[in-house]
Write a protein that binds this ligand. Sequence first.
Ligand code: PAF
Length: 284
Amino acid sequence: MQIIHTISELRQIVSNYKQAGQVIGLVPTMGNLHQGHLQLVEMAHSKTDIVICSIFVNPMQFGEGEDFGQYPRTLDSDIDKLKQVACDIVYVPAVDEMYPESQLDGRDQTQVIVPGVSDVLDGVSRPGHFTGVATIVSKLFNMVQPDKAIFGEKDYQQLQIIRQFVRDLCFPVEIIAHPIVREASGLAMSSRNGYLSNVQKQQAAFLYRTLQILSDQIINGLRDYSMLEKQTELQINKQGFICDYVKICSSDLSPAGEKNHNLVILLAAYLGKTRLIDNIQITL
Ligand code: PAF
């Protein structure tokens, strides 16, 4: 497995592979890899010839007071894990390589803003977050020029935003979604779960059970979505979380109506200082 730090080296290697007719897959990550990430790499392997995993904790997508400084950086163990799933290349750029000459972690440079789908849910709670994500993913696409890129459905809104800018800006890359990978308890895997104590991890599994109950209620015919959202928020708060939102949406993230058959229920809640998100998709 090759470990690359610079754009020029990366371009050279990728162009050699492309000339040899190899299909390139990209798995963008912020490191601190868990089973969820490794399954993305495995999926990339099944669909492409050469798999590149990028590891970059992107300062631009963290808001003031968020966990950028604290975000776990575990490069050595990430590299070991990537070797075990036969990743071909790890791209680990420094902040200066990604945002050269920027005084503000890229915020004083060109940004990719995706209106509409960025303006709801996490876009309201975390202003600027999705501009940071769309900008860095666009840059990675331009650097790596992958044929396919794989993203987890746990970040459902992020996935929709990436699909949108890929369409709008005509990036020649196929976006592939991987289903959420869960712990045996049902807790969606996330690097931020590392902030939770063992007791909190058990407690956090309540969020997925709540999503399952809510989806069963809808499948069984309940349609007062606004009442269901409020009721679920109260239940989450009663369990010791501070609920940010529970939203029942159509698959494009607009509010769900009676006529929508493909729904997604999304939630965000704090357990202590840790912000957790999860979602479940249902077809009626
Ligand atoms: O999902 C993530 O880990 C990040 O948002 C991503 C896509 C790697 C961009 O920094």
